[in-house]
Design a protein around this ligand. Structure first.
Ligand code: FNR
Length: 379
């Protein structure tokens, strides 16, 4: 269907389903086990209500924000979360996502398992367009170090490194596994960067031809990360700001804030995320973790920025997260569905379709979210 007939993310997701292969759909749609976390990611926002105030001049409301202590000036707090293998959906791939969000000035975090090289993705980016790079630490640390060196050289575009922590072992994604994909078949025609291209040659076990895409991408990922060993190692290999992704409890947010205070300039933001429900099923939605932090350790907000992702389907979801204290809000599948529905133009349409309520966020001093009883009310 013509893109201008797609009015919201449901329409865009349905259109993508008709355009992309069954295997691609299964990989993007899938989440672990019973999809409890994936489902709750969105229903959590539905249980939060906005409390709109009147007699507020919103003629000049705008969406501008700054992230990483002012280092990034952005036109919108809505950003693209790192998601692997965009070229499964459309040849425009990750560069198409960049082109699609350019008009909105949105930040894009590029996945470690992107289907294009970091250089290709930024080659035709708009002036001033900025990116983050997401890292899965490899058991073969030299590979990760080489990748970090490459990103350091592209620092006019890649402004920070996101370390994903919520997926230390492969999860059980049954939609993906049922699709029975052999990664090398679906990779045909795309040129993945370093690790992915060499998945079959990594120092880990060879990919199992019968497993889904997720498991095949997983080979080589380290499971032995710790506060004491990983963060100093990372800081020794990049001086870009570090963002930790996959924080799911107030306890870990507290530890991260403590680390950030003890090591100024290291961790600058946390992404509260359960990986779109794709890692440990029954893990809480990011917005619950945000509420937990407000309740049990609000001092975390002073030490690090809190970004959230998972289950964002409406501009109002974005506003709710901002009202509750998130500095930035990410979408994973939404960008992929847009790409599947119509290449870079589909991504543009996705951002356009849900952008209209976001300016309300500017008036957030006057709008606050009503949260389910049991949680502390926003201040
Ligand atoms: C992801 N996600 C992800 N995260 C990450 O840190 N590295 C990665 O390579 C990927 N890959 C990936 C692939 C696909 C197909 C999806 C859907 C997701 C998780 C992603 O960054 C984000 O946390 C979720 O997608 C957010 O949830 P929604 O917006 O998809 O509901």
């Amino acid at each position: 269907p013509p893109l201008d007939t797609l009015l919201n993310l449901d329409d865009i997701e349905a259109a993508a389903k008709t355009q992309i292969s069954k295997k691609c759909w299964a990989y993007y749609f899938s989440a672990s086990d019973d999809l409890l976390s994936k489902t709750l990611n969105n229903t959590a926002y539905r249980s939060i209500l906005l409390r709109p105030r009147v007699f507020v001049d919103v003629t000049r409301a705008d969406t501008r924000t700054s992230l990483l202590s002012g280092a990034l000036q952005l036109a919108t707090p809505l950003y693209v979360s790192p998601a692997a293998m965009a070229r499964l959906a459309h040849p425009d791939g990750e560069a198409g996502i960049a082109r699609g969000v350019a008009r909105f000035g949105a930040l894009q975090i590029v996945s470690h398992n992107a289907s294009m090289t970091p250089e290709q993705i930024v080659a035709d980016a708009a002036p001033g367009q900025v990116f983050g790079w997401q890292l899965y630490v490899q058991t073969n640390r030299a590979k990760s170090e080489a990748m970090l060196a490459r990103i350091n050289r592209l620092r006019d575009r890649y402004k920070f490194v996101v370390l994903t922590l919520d997926a230390p072992v492969p999860s059980k994604r049954e939609h993906d596994e049922r699709a029975g994909i052999e990664a090398r078949m679906v990779l045909e025609g795309s040129k993945p960067p370093g690790d992915l291209a060499g998945a079959g040659k990594s120092n880990n076990a060879r990919p199992d031809a019968d497993s889904g895409v997720g498991k095949q991408l997983f080979f080589g990922t380290a499971a032995d990360l710790t506060w004491e060993t990983t963060l100093p190692w990372l800081a020794a290999h990049t001086d870009l700001p570090i963002v930790l992704k996959g924080i799911q409890t107030h306890e870990d947010a507290y530890l991260a804030a403590r680390w950030a205070r003890a090591h100024p300039g290291s961790i600058r933001a946390l992404i509260l995320s359960n990986h779109g429900g794709r890692s440990l099923d029954t893990a809480p939605p990011a917005v619950h973790t945000l509420l937990e932090i407000r309740k049990y350790c609000p001092e975390v907000f002073d030490a690090v920025e809190l970004w959230v992702d998972g289950g964002i389907r409406r501009g109002t979801d974005v506003v709710k997260a901002l009202c509750l204290g998130a500095k930035a809000v990410g979408v994973g599948r939404a960008a992929l569905w847009g790409l599947g529905a119509g290449g870079w133009r589909g991504v543009d349409r996705t951002f356009e379709s849900e952008s209209h309520p976001i300016p309300t966020a500017r008036a957030r001093a006057r709008v606050c979210a009503r949260i389910p009883s049991g949680w502390m009310r926003p201040g």
